[in-house]
Write a protein that binds this ligand. Structure first.
Ligand code: MN
Ligand code: MN
Length: 475
């Protein structure tokens, strides 16, 4: 069963639309390098398209009607959006879901220290990373520092041309004979991923140092650290203690780029899973007048198991659906359960793109290829499909009908050869309600690396597929 090369199916108009979508996608990636930044970007985008905040509608006791657009943000890291359809929600809704957190390096709560006249931020990596990939390259620092009085300072350093960047050092090859004998997992250890943030001592006035108290002597002892604290104080009005209530994320510095002489690909940080988040959001914005209510959930914490108040396992999604049904005048516990169990979902996440350099890890007939369209993973999991949401054949058949009718190019895949590895997504969590859920999304090369690659054609085709699903799914 050979699948089509998506590029070969497009006419001039579609190619133009493809480029436009991918330009917007790169902008989305540049503006959202953390989950909080993604939420800001998404809220700005959707408010301009008529979406209103759920809480304000509840306050106003507003009744919802067909076509109304509503969103709810949870703790600045997750969002759920709805577009009201014609049918009662009790009959089920169509859900596009993806995640907006990405593998990265987080700053610890007590991070700042000085060693051998270098200032460091101590770190703890987040999600599945090959640690050796994060050394010796320009890194940026993004996040928030929340002070005791509740004010929030937003930080983004390393993205504009004249910003400084940061880096993690690596051992020079000349001295690396022993290091290179270690296994890949140990070549760079987790505690070696500390970020170098400065090397210039704070110059202290000689006279004042002699008659100064202990505080000034401390500063002289760790003068580079003191210099960094001085800059933090002047720039952000923050004290060292404020790191205790900060969330700072270290990500590759720089923008998303087109890749290849033919500019056919995107090379960028965080495409897992912002490629599905962006295309899901965009599909939702571009589909008008549907029979079923549409929903798009973009969540945090997928990379660490979907836990926590902002992960998919949190009740915030279910609560939002209940609130919406209440505004719609159709809430009851039973109707909520019916709504959720009769819904259809695309759990969208990136899929492993076939990599000829590592062909032995894939089984070619059941692998996803860059440029061959939207990917469906009927099941995920590891070993004997452990942990998998295995979508129902009837559901897959229903989706095939919808996609073929609209001429969407798609492929089916699993994550590598049997017993080579595996992975999971948020699919199994929504499936707990009894709804139809299938994994779908975009094929990626070097998934979870600082820079991941996708095909522009797949980004476009997946967006088209999501629109077809939003309009047509009803099972
Ligand atoms: Mn993912
Ligand atoms: Mn991932």
């Amino acid at each position: 069963m050979e699948r089509k090369i998506t590029w070969e199916t497009y006419d001039e108009g579609q190619l133009e639309e493809l480029e436009k979508l991918n330009t917007a996608y790169r902008e989305f990636l540049d503006n959202g390098k953390t989950e909080r930044e993604c939420i800001d970007t998404i809220v700005n985008t959707i408010e301009a398209r008529g979406y209103r905040e759920l809480e304000s509608l509840i306050q106003g006791g507003e009744k919802l009607k067909k076509g109304d657009k509503v969103y709810s943000v949870w703790m600045n890291k997750s969002i759920v959006m709805f577009q009201m359809g014609e049918k009662p929600m009790e009959e089920g809704i169509n859900i596009l879901g993806a995640h907006i957190d990405s593998p990265r390096i987080d700053v610890k709560q007590n991070p700042l220290y000085e060693d051998s006249s270098l200032a460091y931020l101590d770190t703890h990596y987040y999600g599945g990373v090959k640690k050796y990939q994060w050394v010796a390259q320009p890194l940026a620092l993004h996040g928030v520092v929340v002070k005791k009085d509740g004010t929030t300072v937003e930080l983004s350093v390393g993205e504009s041309e004249d910003d400084p960047v940061f880096f993690v050092s690596d051992l020079l090859i000349h001295l690396a004979e022993e290091q290179l004998k270690k296994s890949g997992a140990k070549v760079v250890e987790g505690e070696a991923l500390d970020l170098i943030v400065g090397s210039r001592p704070l110059v202290i006035d000689k006279n004042s140092q002699e008659d100064g108290g202990d505080e000034k002597k401390d500063a002289a002892k760790e003068a580079v650290k003191a210099g960094i604290l001085d800059i933090l104080k002047k720039t952000y009005d923050m004290e060292e203690e404020d790191f205790l209530s900060a969330e700072l994320e270290i990500v590759p510095a720089g923008k998303a780029r087109e890749a290849g002489f033919d500019r056919s690909m995107i090379l960028a940080y965080g495409q897992d899973d912002r490629v599905c988040a962006f295309t899901s959001m965009q599909a939702m914005l571009d589909v008008e007048d549907t029979e079923r209510t549409l929903c798009c959930i973009l969540v945090d914490k997928e990379e660490v198991g979907s836990v926590g108040a902002t992960g998919m396992r949190s009740c915030f999604f279910e609560n939002a659906v209940a609130e919406l049904m209440n505004l719609n005048g159709e809430y009851s516990e039973l109707k909520l359960r019916r709504c959720l169990s009769r819904s259809c979902m695309l759990s969208s996440d990136v899929s492993a793109g076939f990599d000829p350099a590592y062909a032995s890890c894939f089984e070619k007939k059941n692998a996803a290829f860059l440029g061959k369209g939207m990917v469906f993973n009927k099941f995920t999991g590891s070993r004997g499909k452990s942990g998998s949401n295995d979508a129902n054949a009837e559901y897959m058949a229903h989706l095939r009908g919808i996609l073929d009718k609209e001429g969407i190019v798609y492929q089916t895949a699993e994550l590598g050869k049997v017993d080579v590895g595996g992975g999971g997504t948020i699919a199994y969590i929504l499936a707990l309600y009894g709804m139809n859920v299938i994994d779908s999304g975009v094929a990626v090369l070097n998934m979870h690396a600082p820079y991941e690659a996708t095909s522009k054609a797949d980004v476009y085709e997946t967006y088209r597929g999501y629109k077809a699903f939003a309009r047509g799914a009803c099972l």
